[in-house]
Write a protein that binds this ligand. Structure first.
Ligand code: DQA
Length: 145
């Protein structure tokens, strides 16, 4: 099984940005964390991070017929981007939405998620482990385990 892990805007700033919310670990640490877990599970993972909405759309489009699943944390684009929603709908690749923080207990403007409308599940507020849970969900969905 091949999964693309997409992180959007400001997630390259992990470890620096609001550590009381997102923790002290970096984006590189996040990728290592996910990579270890995926290896244990026998899943191939690739990573993509961008601060640019169009580049994230292109990354989603490129999963068509190439990946079996997408794990995506669009950052703030979660709450604004119809373009990301449409891209996931276009490729039809099973997608799980992830947030490091518990968005449900945060500001009102974070309560809307466009990407959720095309996602098979959402994992929120579980820190880096949420990405691992998203991999489990994709595996279960594909009937792999
Ligand atoms: C986030 C939550 C978003 O509301 C925020 O804009 C982010 C990160 C999270 O991982 O908790 O950039 O997606």
């Amino acid at each position: 099984m091949k999964i693309l892990v997409i992180n959007g805007v400001n997630l390259n700033m992990l470890g620096v940005r609001e550590p009381q919310i997102y923790g002290n670990k970096t984006y590189k640490d996040l990728c290592a964390h996910i990579k270890n877990y995926a290896k244990e599970k026998g899943v191939k993972v690739s990573f993509f991070q961008s601060n640019h909405e169009g580049d994230l759309v292109t990354a989603i489009q490129k999963t068509y017929k190439k990946f079996d699943g997408i794990v995506i944390n669009p950052g703030a684009y979660t709450h604004t981007s119809v373009a990301l929603l449409d891209a996931v709908k276009a490729v039809g690749v099973p997608t799980v939405e992830v947030h490091i923080s518990d968005v449900a207990s945060r500001e009102d403007f974070r309560q809307i998620s466009y990407i959720r409308m095309a996602s098979i599940a959402t994992v929120s507020g579980k820190g880096f482990d949420g990405y691992n849970e998203a991999i489990d969900i994709l595996m279960q969905n594909s009937g792999d385990k």
